[in-house]
Design a binder for this molecule. Structure first.
Ligand code: SF4
Length: 962
């Protein structure tokens, strides 16, 4: 019977049926990657999403999340109307109000603050892709208390890179997938940078390059790695410095690269106890000096034609001695402390593996040179016939970033790249324009006392790059000026703010109380918080004297009924990403690749069917109602009456520089820089909603020193002037902080902070055990606990999506089979996971491919009952859990009563991968994840969900009719 059927005439299957009346192009927002998508529409409804084959980011590739954007758009958790809280915070009791009333209320609250003390507004956004607007809005409002999600995520990576090589991984740089022969990947979440990495890895594999994944867990991309190195969390920096040790010892380093492109030859003053100790020796013009071997004298290091010494001690002629930075670097890492035998135990790796990987790196770098027959000219006008590359690439993200030693670990990685000469050369890491930038780049963060006042915009952005203690935002006595204590002595280089401390500090009134917490897309009452139970208490806690909430007002804008909504007083409902204009700007975090700059927009492909508004339109409207100068004409009218699209086309940050770089000028013929073009968005839409400029071949590598590239980059405003970007193997800004801690200079830390600053502001990369590991007893908490991001989900948005939930309905606690056996735990057992801060209950799963002393789970799947309009007994709430509950935002006290934030001491990055736990089989029979919070009540404005969500029935009905 079966054979008869098989032998029958072949069935005609239409593999590309027409599924839509219309196709609109836009940009995906189902994760941070920003792929181009074609949205197929039928009868005005979203029918199908496919990848845009012409798009520079994904070249047509679409992931499970991107396809499931349909169910994000039609999610039953969508907010439908502005809401005002009428019950106590957390009760979910709201009344619906009209937009006019919502905007009037917000304006009244905010104008009271602006008229008196703008710092009483804390404006924090989450995975906001419009930070060029929201940051500018905060500047105009006059509050320094602004940041987005970066301090919770990967600021160590960004700051470590920007302060070392003038660029960083992901949005500011990428591996040379085409030419790499050896690729090292450290701790990368699947949204950083999802589809480009998949495309890149397939190229690497096709080219026969070796892919080594260094990660405590073999998930995601690691699954196809040639070699998985299951390192112990928090020890990557030690591993990398041991590789540097091996390379130095074997003399497998690129001295020519170090001399030409890094500050290795710059002379460092040796004057122990002096105010200039450890700073660079400079000439009268402020140029750093090197020792020119040809003339045996100190000469400006940045001049062409010098032949600098890399070792030796030199007399500066004024009684001071100095040594090249290289000598200090080599002296430190050649020490046996960094030998593979010494670090192997701490890293949980065999010494032989470290030695072999170092040898493989050296082999790929020096025996497999890549040569491109592409001439180029360097900054000094020297013509090079070819581009010669060291084909070792590195990519790293949050896995090494989210530790209290992450900043230095990231610097160590860049040191490794510099030592083998593998930066922006064929086969190595490559900068993405507008990077590289000077190290550190401008501007400085605004927020000093003189920059803030009633009804006054700040004269600079709230986030920037400090170059020394004088740039900190502290009062004369060292008191932090920002609510999150960013840019204070506790987190001096907090380039992305310190989001995880906002609620705690506001609740404590430390350093001062605030009036309004304004949040956008930031689930700060759940998975974007540490210490979730404590956070919810702080959001609901009242002042005993007045009976008012300690954080008096909370305004929140979100598209969905997330866990945080119930804790806000005023809800401004946002649209989905398919219903609005948006901008992925070069002023923010662009979608460039190494061959040229790119930016993109979103256009509304469908109209909202609810009473919601794009948040960007709302802040522009609030800007006008508050009279913020940049949003108001001189005669008091709205400057951008057409909302965000009007702003995108017509706002200029500085003359010729706006949100979008493509099709500028009145005729739309200029790219990069030019006058505003009122028809700019039409050009973007015509071009598939993106702009991409291809650099000429001679400008695609050596961008840090490539004259033609630097001149062009300066002409379009990417860099202030066409000067080479010198990589900073030795960091002078770090040393300036250290000198302040030692009692030098006009701005010094309070005594309580001196030792901390002195210890962690090392001008050379440093490794120390993560703070939580140092603070708790190893016997009590013997295991590391971390999270991973599943390919199929992005934060809490993805884990409420009806299709994606079918892939991961809950998150178990994974551990090695060996550990399970040791602890008497079997696959499927309920276990209690306990940290110094609290306990959670979860289901255990045993597996291969995880470091034996590490347990892990998927990030942000656990949900609160009632939130996201899920069923009451949704597995996310009954079997899923959050590790965040047991991660404290504060470190244990170490004498003196003060508890520092659980952060990197340099950048303030949340150290949520430092968690130490013990795991025990649950001793009672309860089979529910814990802690279990009371179910949130669904506001009336949200229609209760059908028991089974159905999608597509209407299209089927139409097809059947037709
Ligand atoms: S990788 Fe991210 S942006 Fe790209 S399609 Fe998937 S979800 Fe969308």
């Amino acid at each position: 019977m079966l054979l008869e059927n098989l032998a029958g005439p072949p069935e005609k299957v239409d593999t590309s049926p027409k599924v839509s009346d219309e196709i609109k192009k836009t940009t995906c927002y189902m994760c941070a990657c920003r792929c181009g998508i074609n949205v197929h529409l039928q009868d005005g409804r979203v029918r199908y999403i496919e990848g845009n084959r012409d798009h520079p980011v994904n070249k047509g590739v679409l992931c499970a999340k991107g396809s499931a954007g349909i169910m994000q758009h039609y999610s039953p958790a969508r907010l439908t109307k502005p809401l005002r809280r009428v019950g106590p915070r957390g009760s979910g009791e709201f009344e619906e109000i009209e937009w006019e009333e919502a905007l009037r209320t917000a304006t009244q609250w905010l104008s009271e603050i602006r008229n008196t003390d703008p710092r009483k507004l804390a404006f924090f956004t989450g995975r906001d892709q419009s930070q060029a607007l929201t940051g500018f809005w905060a500047t105009q409002f006059g509050t320094p208390n602004y940041a987005a999600h970066g301090g919770f995520c990967s600021v160590n990576m960004a700051a470590g890179g920007i302060y070392t090589i003038g660029g960083s991984f992901w949005e500011f740089g990428e591996p040379d997938w085409e030419h790499a022969r050896y690729f090292l990947m450290f701790g990368v979440a699947e949204d950083h940078d999802s589809n480009p990495i998949k495309l890149g890895l397939s190229k690497l594999r096709a080219n026969g390059a070796k892919f080594v994944s260094i990660n405590p867990v073999r998930t995601g991309y690691s699954a196809i790695a040639d070699e998985w190195v299951g390192i112990r969390p928090g020890t990557d920096g030690l591993f990398v410095l041991s590789l540097v040790h091996e390379l130095l010892k074997a003399d497998r380093i690129d001295l020519d690269f170090l001399v030409r492109y890094t500050n290795a030859p710059w002379l460092v003053i040796r004057n122990p106890g002096g105010a200039d100790d450890g700073l660079f020796a400079r000439d009268e013009a402020g140029e750093p000096l090197c020792w020119d071997k040809r003339v045996d004298a100190a000469k400006p290091a940045t001049h062409a034609g010098v032949t600098p010494a890399l070792v030796g001690e030199f007399d500066l002629g004024d009684g001071r001695k100095a040594v090249p930075a290289f000598e200090l670097m080599a002296g430190r890492y050649l020490d046996e402390r960094y030998s593979p035998d010494r670090v192997a135990g701490e890293c949980g790796l065999p010494a032989a593996t470290i030695r072999r990987i170092a040898a493989e790196i050296a082999h790929a770098a020096f025996e497999e040179e890549v040569v491109l027959d592409v001439p180029w000219t360097d900054w000094a006008g020297r013509r090079h016939d070819r581009m010669i590359g060291r084909p070792v690439s590195v990519h790293a993200m949050r896995g090494i970033s989210a530790h209290s030693n992450g900043f230095h670990t990231c610097r160590a990685l860049h040191l490794l790249q510099m030592v083998i000469g593998a930066i922006d050369r064929p086969g190595s890491f490559r900068y993405k324009p507008p990077f590289p930038k000077p190290v550190p780049p401008g501007p400085k963060p605004a927020g000093k006392a003189e920059q803030i006042g009633p009804n006054k915009p700040m004269d600079g952005p709230p986030l920037g790059f400090v170059a020394g203690p004088e740039d900190l935002l502290v009062d004369a006595d060292g008191t932090p000026r920002r609510i999150d204590k960013a840019y204070s002595w506790e987190a001096p280089v907090a380039a992305h703010g310190v989001m995880h401390m906002v609620i705690t500090n506001a609740w404590k009134g430390d350093p001062y109380p605030i009036d309004t917490l304004f949040m956008y897309m930031a689930n700060m009452g759940w998975n974007s918080a540490m210490n979730v139970p404590g956070t919810l208490k702080m959001l609901t806690d009242r002042d005993e004297a007045t009976g008012e909430y300690k954080i008096p007002r909370i305004i929140y804008s979100d598209a969905f009924y997330s866990e945080t909504v119930a804790y806000a007083d005023l809800i401004l409902p946002d649209t989905t990403y398919l219903e609005r204009w948006d901008c992925i700007s070069l002023l923010d975090r662009p979608i460039s690749d190494a061959d040229g700059p790119a930016d993109a927009i979103r256009q509304p492909v469908v109209q909202p069917d609810r009473d919601v508004r794009p948040f960007q339109d709302v802040v522009i409207e609030l800007g006008y109602r508050l009279g913020l100068p940049a949003f108001t004409t001189e005669d008091g009218k709205p400057k951008f009456p057409g909302g965000y699209p009007d702003y995108l086309a017509n706002h200029e940050r500085t003359p010729g520089i706006g949100s979008l770089a493509g099709w500028r000028g009145a005729e739309g013929r200029q790219h990069g820089k030019g006058a505003a073009n009122p028809r700019q968005l039409e050009k973007y839409v015509e071009n598939g909603c993106f702009w991409k400029l291809e650099l000429p071949p001679g400008q695609r590598y050596f961008k840090h020193a490539n004259r033609d590239y630097l001149e062009w980059a300066a002409s379009v405003g990417f860099i202030p002037e066409a000067k080479p970007v010198v990589m900073q193997l030795y960091s002078e800004p770090m040393q300036k902080f250290r000198l302040a801690a030692e009692g030098h200079g006009p701005v010094q830390p309070p005594d309580s902070e001196r030792e901390r600053i002195r210890s962690y502001f090392d001008p050379l990369p440093l490794w120390y055990a993560p703070f939580e590991e140092q603070a708790v007893e190893a016997a009590d908490f013997p295991l590391n606990a971390i999270t991973q991001r599943p390919m199929a989900m992005y934060h809490s948005w993805g884990s409420q999506n009806a299709w994606l939930r079918q892939i991961h309905g809950h998150n178990p606690l994974y551990m090695s089979r060996e550990l399970g056996e040791r602890l008497g735990i079997e696959d499927g057992d309920w276990v209690d996971v306990t940290s110094h801060h609290g306990s959670v209950r979860a289901i255990a799963r045993l597996m291969e491919g995880v470091n034996p002393n590490t347990v892990w789970t998927w990030n942000a799947i656990g949900k609160r009952k009632g939130a996201w309009n899920l069923e009451k007994d949704a597995p996310e709430a009954t079997k899923g859990f959050l590790l965040n509950h047991i991660i404290s935002e504060l470190l244990p006290e170490r004498g003196g009563g003060y508890r520092y934030s659980n952060s990197d001491p340099v950048t303030g990055q949340a150290a949520w991968y430092d968690l130490r736990v013990r795991v025990e089989k649950a001793h009672d029979s309860a089979e529910n994840s814990e802690p279990a919070f009371a179910a949130l009540r669904l506001p009336k404005a949200i229609v209760s969900r059908p028991r089974i969500l159905r999608y597509g029935a209407e299209f089927r009905a139409r097809r059947n009719r037709g």
